[in-house]
Design a protein around this ligand. Structure first.
Ligand code: SF4
Length: 682
């Protein structure tokens, strides 16, 4: 019996794995693990379904130059070939001719080692990861406002003690069902749940108050609510004076956002805004949580800042069962952005342009600080530059299925085609692996040990339950194999616990300090919350009780203005397109689409009966969604739960992201996945 965690989302539900026969695994409940108390969603219960699947890759594959087909190769042949071609490219075009792309599902150890591989063994600045597309806007906003980015600065269960919980752009009842019990318990205590979403989702159906704004207008909604809070005398002036700076400018900015103006921009009736403002002003404890619906916009950072301003004005962050948090999406979306696979960061959430940070990390790595490259490009910009005069000519991909998950995916696929060398490490032949010159088969969650950091900042341990299939290597072994062939000046360990200990030293003194966390402590304590700077430190479940992580200890109220989406509907593209997830699938679907017991009906187009009538479509008819970047044909799902001016497409299948917009947030470089202008027809 092995205690571990689900391979998918950021809740990182605890589960037990029991061996059945030689290789099969059975998922069982782990009721003592506090985050999910034994509950799992459908994806968790069926997570072992990829074990023994014929779709698992079990041999490296190399593209044959003559036939153009992938053929089996030995590990030595594949890694020798990759190393030789990377060395030649670096010799000819410099180190930045090689790029690395990671993922928010990689363990902390892998994410750390990938950053080290890029900076030490390859010497490239060109590394980023798909988490940039997940919660980077919330990260950017939290860093500005609080001086630190930990998705939730408190354990998730704390929300049960709130009087009002506002969920902005989160469908947690569908994306992480075990978390929805906190909503039920909050309501049983007499608390109120507010959901803001363009769709009346499963989460909205559990809410007391539901606001249905036009996609891309959450920022204006937050400005309007703060306007009303100010007008009603609901600002906690004592808190604002003692614990924040900058509120006077914010107060002046929101003065222009009277309810009727907000109604015109957001479509939310002024009466609903007033009612919600009254609810917020009358509540002792308010928690605001944002998720991708609010964040995946070209104004995502400012949108989150506007909601943080509201929480600060009400005096909530740092109070018990109150404050602001971001519901991270990917399994290690949190840890994956802390330890060095982000273009501008070194381990411990240190910035790569900080001389002291470079000195510290270089010392741990055993290399001169001036040998480390500077900041690289953000995820989309990195992909957009591939194969151009200015961009990389080779790309190593770990834990990401770019062809499905990148915005403006047709364009990104063309950039991948322009590469001299594409190397993909994956469990299965994902759409991106199918394009690669070399495919490296790697272990999946139950076959390896490593840590993840869940949405609460709780570092948990996934323990190996079973040996990998013959022919499969761990990502750490792949990185070590490549590093030695590339002539790395330092060795790369293949032992996860050893790598975690090195990560702890590299993170020591940084904002995300893991120095006091060990595998044994994680086992004994059901996870340890960072920062945890020393062995005797208890970890930090709750932040901000006394001060924020800014030089003067005060939170920053940052004045922001609503700009609107990069694309607004017009005659040719008259509706909003928004994208999201469904219960049975996870991210690009590379794993969940291959688990037979999970329903896989393919993409669909959700639209309102009024819109369906207008284009002459019925439920189940094939309809076409067209944007300036591409089109998708899929069956219509006619539902009255969506705004009549909006269509929704889930993004787990190839196609949805051919439609989405690559306009970027100026601060986080988050693409505008959540809204663009579209036409829909039969
Ligand atoms: Fe829990 Fe998320 Fe896994 Fe579902 S997918 S079992 S909510 S960790």
């Amino acid at each position: 019996m092995t205690h571990t965690h689900c391979p998918y989302c950021s809740l990182q539900c605890g589960m037990r794995l029991e061996r059945r026969g030689r290789a099969a695994l059975e998922v069982q409940a782990w009721p003592e693990f506090p985050v999910n108390e034994g509950a799992l969603c459908r994806k968790g219960w069926t997570a072992a379904g990829l074990r023994g699947s014929r779709e698992r890759l079990t041999s490296p594959l190399v593209r044959d130059r003559a036939s153009g087909e992938l053929r089996a190769a030995s590990w030595d042949e594949a890694l020798d070939l990759v190393a030789a071609r990377l060395t030649a490219l670096r010799g000819q075009h410099g180190p930045d001719s090689v790029a690395v792309f990671g993922g928010g599902g990689l363990t902390n150890e892998k994410a750390y080692q990938l950053g080290k591989l890029a900076r030490v063994a390859l010497g490239t600045s060109q590394i980023d990861y798909n988490g940039r597309w997940c919660m980077s806007s919330a990260a950017s906003a939290a860093n500005q406002a609080f001086g630190i980015d930990r998705g939730l600065p408190f354990p998730l269960a704390d929300v049960e003690g709130s009087d009002v919980l506002v969920l902005v752009g989160s469908n947690l009842a569908e994306t992480m069902p075990p978390a929805a019990r906190h909503l039920d318990r909050l309501r049983e205590r007499g608390g109120r749940v507010v959901v803001v979403d363009p769709r009346r989702t499963a989460t909205a159906q559990r809410a007391d108050t539901f606001l249905q704004p036009v996609p891309g207008t959450d920022l204006a909604l937050a400005l309007g609510l703060l306007h009303l809070v100010v007008a009603r005398g609901g600002v906690d002036e004592e808190y604002v004076a003692a614990r924040t700076t900058g509120f006077d400018v914010v107060r002046r900015t929101v003065a222009a956002w009277w309810p009727e103006r907000v109604e015109r921009v957001t479509g939310v009736p002024a009466s609903e805004l007033r009612a919600l403002a009254d609810l917020l002003v009358g509540a002792a404890k308010v928690t605001v949580l944002t998720a991708r619906g609010a964040e995946q916009h070209a104004q995502g950072t400012d949108t989150v800042l506007a909601w943080i301003n509201l929480a600060l004005a009400l005096g909530m962050p740092g109070r018990e069962s109150a404050g602001y948090g971001c519901l991270t999406g990917q399994g290690n979306g949190q840890g994956g952005r802390e330890h060095g696979q982000k273009a501008d960061q070194l381990p411990g959430y240190r910035m790569i342009d900080d001389p002291a940070a470079r000195e510290h990390v270089a010392r741990v790595w055993g290399v001169p600080a001036d040998s480390l490259p500077g900041a690289g490009r953000s995820a989309y910009e990195l992909l957009d530059s591939l194969g151009t005069d200015d961009g990389a000519r080779a790309l190593l991909v770990f834990g990401s299925n770019i062809v499905v998950s990148a915005p403006n995916a047709t364009h990104v696929t063309r950039r991948l085609e322009a590469l001299d060398l594409l190397v993909v490490a994956d469990l299965v032949m994902s759409e991106t692996a199918a394009m690669a010159d070399v495919v490296l088969p790697v272990t999946q969650w139950a076959e390896e040990t490593g840590t993840m950091t869940n949405l609460e900042g709780r570092v948990v341990l996934r323990e190996r339950a079973v040996a990998p299939p013959d022919g499969v290597w761990s990502d750490l072994e792949v990185m070590a194999g490549l590093a030695s062939r590339l002539g790395s000046p330092v060795a790369f360990s293949t032992d996860a616990e050893e790598v975690f200990s090195e990560l702890g030293r590299a993170s020591a003194g940084g904002r995300a300090d893991y120095a006091g966390i060990t595998y044994d402590r994680i086992r004994e304590e059901h996870g340890v919350f960072w920062p945890c700077p020393s062995a005797g430190h208890p970890g930090t479940p709750r932040l901000f009780a006394e001060s924020f992580v800014t030089p003067d200890g005060r939170a920053r109220c940052v004045s922001v203005e609503h700009r609107g989406p990069a694309e607004v509907p017009c005659d040719d593209y008259p509706v909003h397109l928004t994208t999201g997830r469904v219960l049975a699938q996870y991210q690009s679907g590379a794993q969940t689409r291959r688990i037979r017991v999970l329903p896989d009906d393919g993409p669909f187009v959700e639209l309102h009966p009024m819109l369906a009538d207008r284009i002459g479509a019925h439920d189940g008819d094939l309809v076409v969604v067209v944007t300036r970047r591409g089109e998708l044909k899929a069956p219509a799902r006619v539902v009255s739960t969506i705004r009549p001016d909006t269509v929704f497409v889930p993004f787990h299948w190839v196609g949805a992201n051919r439609l989405t917009n690559d306009a970027l947030d100026p601060s986080s470089r988050m693409p505008e996945f959540k809204v663009c202008a579209a036409a829909v027809r039969t």
